[in-house]
Structure formats: structure tokens, C-alpha cells
Design a protein around this ligand. Sequence first.
Ligand SMILES: Cc1cc2nc3c(=O)[nH]c(=O)nc-3n(C[C@H](O)[C@H](O)[C@H](O)COP(=O)(O)O)c2cc1C
Length: 474
Amino acid sequence: MASLTIRKLDDALKKRLRLRAAQNGRSMEDEARTILRRAAGEDVRAEAQAGKRRGARRSTTEQPEPAPGAGGKRALLIIGGGIAAYKSLDLIRRLRERGAAVRCILTAAAQQFITPLAAGALAGGRVFTDLFDAATELDVGHIRLARETDLVIVAPATADLMAKMAGGHADDLATAVLLATDRPVLIAPAMNPHMWEHAATRRNLVQLAADGVSVIGPNAGEMAEAGEAGTGRMAEPLEIVAAAWTFLGVAGGDQVLAGARVVVTSGPTHEPIDPVRYIANRSSGKQGHAIAAAAAAAGAEVTLVSGPVTLPDPVGVRTIRVETAQDMLAAVTKALPADVGVFAAAVADWRVEKPTASKIKKQDGGTPKLGLVENPDILATVARRNSGRPKLVVGFAAETDHLIEHAREKLKRKGCDWIVANDVSAGSGVMGGDRNTVHLVTADSVESWPPQSKEAVARALVARIGAALAGAPR
Ligand SMILES: Cc1cc2nc3c(=O)[nH]c(=O)nc-3n(C[C@H](O)[C@H](O)[C@H](O)COP(=O)(O)O)c2cc1C
């Protein structure tokens, strides 16, 4: 090809060419050649060959849009500055193993824990670190990074990164991308248990959930710091991949409930006494929410009917929030038909017969008499339906004594298929805690599972449900 003299082009044309070249990550000369080739009707192969030659000369800043992986999906992984950053290297591998193309952003703090070189080697491409890097901005730019993906994953999501996200900060590449993206965002928090429990982090979590951010974990267990244990460990890479897959909607993981409809109840109910007071119980909703999340990760279409809890809505789950047992029954009935019903909510047995419309005043020398009436039995109502009964109905029994005996009796009385029995006596730490020791009670067997996190109980239960639906013996 004859040499091109860009200098001799008129100014308006030069300006347009410069813009196009910048947008396509090419030199002005290369851009002009591309335009001429296309005009001359050369085929796509010539363009690809030119691309290869360009690639050989390409500066390290050039970065084409990631081709979707074999699974046809792209993930943008933002790695924050926490000790769990090393697990995110494995996360990159796991995502790519399942066919997703992965782009990575490392915050400045993340680079204190892992290197862009390691992340880039595993991702198979350049890693992005700077907002104010002229080459990056001209080439890919934070807006393209924010858009050229199907899902943004933040792992580890540090307390600081969560606070910045909740506050809408955008003073580095990670936060600017998070503010600019219109794609689903999944965060995997990881931090010291005290940081996780801190009122500021709780506030930020509630804000992020309200902003539509999905959360996976953190799990309970030993922390990296010697002698520290509690909730704050980042979810395991495979758990994050399973949650990510509910967004990416591609086959992978153990999709044991693919195509199944599942209804789960979770949390306590609040039964009003007057406009400001109510009867409640100590259920946190952690077990029920974990089951809903695990069922969604296993490919089910999940409706979660939740009483008042402070937990974020699980990833990929339709969550309906209710207050009272009567509301919960109405929402469950509306969510049917389903293949499976898992009733993990701690529904109040009684409600106040006549809640007052105005606040009950303290009276000298007397206490108000609260007349109680029985609440509807949601588990029994669903289990005994003549038409539209789920194929598998699983109840929970929270007992303080004679656990198995009471669970067996409950199984019969309610007409359900399985009971998951757990000891909630004072000191067991189950109510509101992160671990659970359960017994799976069926018509003809009792299986005692080892103490484990509520997420692990949820995964094990979902695996059993999957096997039951597939025809394995219950
Ligand atoms: C050794 C070490 C480990 C840390 N681990 C965590 C952690 O696990 N989670 C966290 O939220 N912050 C952790 N921090 C504090 C963060 O690094 C710090 O808040 C940083 O500003 C977070 O940056 P980011 O917003 O880019 O994630 C750790 C700090 C040090 C020195």
C-alpha cells in the first residue's frame, strides 16, 4: 500500500480520524488503512490479519472488548484491599473454567495483597488499576469497563469499598466503574467480624441492598488474624461462582434444581399489639435466606417469603417481605404452584385477637389483658392441600427439648414430607447465630448432620431436595 500522509488531510478530517482511531485503539495510520481496506471491499480475513500485526506492535495499553468466553458471558471482577484478595485469584480461575471472560480491576489497596501480574496472568489479559491513566482512559476508559460486562463482582468487598459504594464515591477506578455501571453488581464482603458488625457497615449494607446490590456471604469461621473467629470470611470462590451464575444464566455448577419452582419462608413474624408494639421471636432469617440463595444457585426459580429481617435479599431470588403470619400465608398461597416448599420461618403461633388502632396507655395499677388467638398453620395448610400441593414439603422444627421425638410427631401432625429439626435452646447459639446442627427427619429415617454453617446446611439440603426430585429415595 502506498504510504499515507495524514499530515496532508484537512483539519476536520484529521480530527474525525483521530477520534475514530482513539475509539478503536488504533494509530491514525492504521485507522486510515482500515477504512481504505473496507472501502476497497477487502474481506474480514484481511482485517483480522491486520489486527494480528497490530497486536504484535500493540502497546500494552490497548485492550479490545473481551470476547465472551465459551459460556458466552463476561464478568468484571473488582478486587478490594483485604486479606481475602488471594482467594480472588482462584475466583478468576473458577470463572474462566466455566467459560466466562474475566476482566480485573485492582484497587490501590488490593495491590498491597496481590499483584496485577498475577491477576492478569490468570485472567489472560491486562489488569486495570488507575482512573487517571491517560492511556487507559483513551483506550478502554472507565465507562467501557463499566458497560462491557454482564456482571460486576466485587470480591473481596472491604468495609471501605462498601462504604464508598453506599456513599456514591467515585475517586478511583473501582468506585468510578461501580457508579457508572448499569449491570448487576454482586459483592462478596470480607472483613474482621467487628468491622462486619459495626453499625456503619450495617448501615452501608442496608443502603447497598436498597440500591439493588446483591450480597454473597460473608461466612462464619476462623479469620486470617490469629485467634479471631466470627462472621466475616469471604464466601468461597465456588460459592461466588454459583451466585454469579444465577446472573449470567449459563449452565455450570451443580444445577440440581434447574427448572424447579421453589417457595421458601424465612425469618420471624411480627404480630401487632398496637401501632408501636408487637409479639415477635428471635429468628434472624439466616437459615431460610441461605436456603433460598442455595436453591437459586442450583438453578431453581425461587420465591422467598420473608418476615421482618435485617438481611439483604438473596441473589437471584424473588423476595416478598411480609409482617404477620396471615400475610405470610397469603403470600405463600399466591406463590404456588411450586415443586418444592421449604418452610423455615419461625411463624408466631398466636396473635393478639384485637390489636388496638391507637397506642395502649400505661394505666395506674393495671396491665392490659391481651387476648390471643391461634395463627394459621402455614406448613400444615400447604402440606394438606388437595390440589396444588408441592411435590416435596419441608418443614422446620425449632425445639428446646426432645428434639427428634417432637420432630417426628410434627411430621405426622402437619402432613409434610421432611422436617429439619434444630435445637434452639439457650446456649445453642442457633437463633440469630451463623451455625446450625440439624437432623433431617423423614417418615422412616433420622439423619444427624454435623455442626456447620447455615450456608453449608442450605447447600446440603438443596442437594438432598435435588436428589429427591430426580427420583432418588427420600
Ligand atoms: C493486613 C491487612 C489486612 C486487611 N484486611 C482487610 C479485610 O479483610 N477487610 C477489610 O475490609 N479491610 C481490610 N484491611 C483494611 C483495608 O486494606 C483498608 O480499609 C483499605 O483502605 C481498603 O481499600 P479498598 O477500598 O481499596 O478495598 C486490611 C488492612 C491490612 C493492613
